[in-house]
Ligand binder design. Structure first.
Ligand code: NDP
Ligand code: PMR
Length: 399
């Protein structure tokens, strides 16, 4: 079936859900799965988690109703507006998709200076202009996450400008689903994990001190995760599934020479490498929380913003996939979210006074209300998070 080919699906997929029974997609409908199965799956995370809100996010004036009630600061109160300086938020990969939409949503509040940390300076400037972000609300700074030198340089430049860092959003990512062979970062790490995880790991470790020193009423470090790295969901069970194994490939440096280019030591698979990198992002957030939340007061968070099926993340996928994926997500899974709405969601995690709880993986229900979602067993494995942290430190030269 053309759809199935476009989605690179094997003819029969057997999904073993954590703690659930085997679901066979073999004899089901469009895209190899029935709509009723999907509906049940889409609902289930809500049942498993603490659903806590009902209102749509609107940046600046929003107050997501969550279980985390103690508001840190009410930015909307007139007296707060008078005394508060603009917050500084760094967004990596703000030149397109979710990052750009988030920058736009925050810029519209007039309360943020957005540092767009991008690998293509000109593209970022044009992108900011194209969505109407006013000049006084943003700065573009060069950052190539596929080079650890570039990450260090970015941090040096930022410090030279003496810009306080109040919020850091690790958003940039690459996805190479059709690559037959791995490609590598400047230091020789497989590109997806090297960029999405290791580049961000070094960046956030280096900026931790800057965040700690910020005098802003709240400080946040946000690392974008995804449903596809969570095997407790249907989306996370679409092959190839994320699996970090015993991290032997990572220990070996992911260089594809004397070690595998994959974290678990297996053969290269671009789609799996991306999903593995998202598991690393979610584990890293939790390890940060465990090590630094109490002492620093920084809020560490991750999120799944919804399926933003139209972004450039899928640029390397085959044209048929890019054509069918948005309607599939819109009408079949109903997991679709527009870039604009996804941007408002991430902007909410950046600035909403009520989203102060640390260590949380946020998601949104069909009414666009935020809730604390549950991570898969692997994506919440504390021992794996610790190991990942220690190995990553060695790879990026922090030890
Ligand atoms: P896009 O491709 O639109 O955006 C990715 C951004 O990352 C681009 O700005 C890109 O820069 C940047 N980037 C890539 N490589 C590097 C690098 N080496 N250094 C610096 N920046 C780099 O994708 P999305 O907006 O969809 O993705 C944003 C985040 O959302 C990712 O973390 C992704 O995992 C996550 N996500 C996306 C979902 C979706 O459905 N789209 C669902 C769940 C999570 P450039 O413009 O120069 O290419
Ligand atoms: Mg998925 C509840 C159903 C659901 C959701 C929310 C997503 C999100 N996906 C769902 C279901 C399915 N997908 C099903 C049943 C199939 C098989 C037909 C399917 C297939 C599929 C493919 C081939 N899906 C994909 C791909 C990709 O290449 C995307 C990917 O894995 O990128 C890593 C993707 C995605 N599906 C999602 C989301 C959010 C993505 C992409 C982005 C990401 O996780 O970052």
């Amino acid at each position: 079936m053309a759809f199935q080919a476009a989605l690179s699906l094997p003819s029969a997929i057997s999904i073993l859900k954590e703690g659930k029974s085997n679901i066979s997609l073999k004899e089901t409908g469009l895209f190899g799965v029935s709509v009723s199965d999907l509906k049940a799956e889409i609902k289930s995370p809500l049942l498993r988690s603490q659903e806590v809100g009902k209102r749509k996010p609107q940046v600046g004036t929003i107050r997501a109703q969550t279980a985390t009630t103690a508001p840190a600061i009410k930015q909307d109160a007139p007296e707060a507006k008078k005394t508060l300086r603009k917050g500084n938020v760094i967004i990596t990969g703000a030149s397109s998709g979710l990052g750009l939409a988030t920058a736009k949503a925050l810029a519209e509040t007039g309360q943020w200076n957005i540092i767009m940390a991008c690998r293509n300076f000109l593209k970022a400037e044009r992108a900011a202009k194209s969505v109407g972000i006013a000049k006084e609300n943003y700065t573009v700074m060069h950052l190539d996450l596929a080079s650890l030198d570039s990450v260090r340089q970015f941090v040096d430049n930022l410090r030279r400008q003496e810009t306080p860092v109040d919020v850091l959003v690790c958003n940039a990512a690459v996805y190479q689903p059709t690559a037959k062979e791995p490609s590598f970062t400047a230091e020789g790490f497989e590109l997806s994990v090297g960029t999405n995880h290791l580049g961000h790991f070094l960046l956030s470790r280096l900026l931790l001190d800057d965040l700690k020193q910020s005098d802003y009423p709240f400080k946040r470090l946000i690392i974008v995760g995804s449903i596809t790295g969570n095997t407790n969901t249907l989306a996370g069970n679409v092959p190839p599934k994320a699996n970090l194994g015993d991290l032997r490939g990572l220990v070996g440096g992911l260089n594809g020479l004397n070690s595998s280019s994959m974290i678990d030591g297996g053969d290269f698979d671009g789609a799996k490498a991306y999903k593995d990198s998202k598991v690393c992002n979610m584990l890293t957030m939790q390890e940060f929380h465990k090590r630094y939340h109490e002492e620093s007061g920084i809020t560490f968070a991750s999120l799944y913003p919804g399926c933003i099926a139209t972004t450039a993340l899928f640029r390397e996928h085959i044209p048929l996939f890019r054509l069918l994926f948005p309607p599939f997500q819109k009408y079949i899974t109903k997991g679709y979210v527009s870039e604009e709405d996804a941007g408002k969601r991430l902007a909410q995690v950046v600035s909403d006074p009520s989203l102060t709880k640390s260590g949380v993986y946020w998601s949104w229900n069909k009414d666009s209300a935020s809730f604390e979602n549950q991570l898969s067993k692997e994506a919440s494995d504390a021992e794996k998070a610790r190991k990942l942290w220690e190995i990553s430190e060695k790879l990026v030269g922090l030890e």
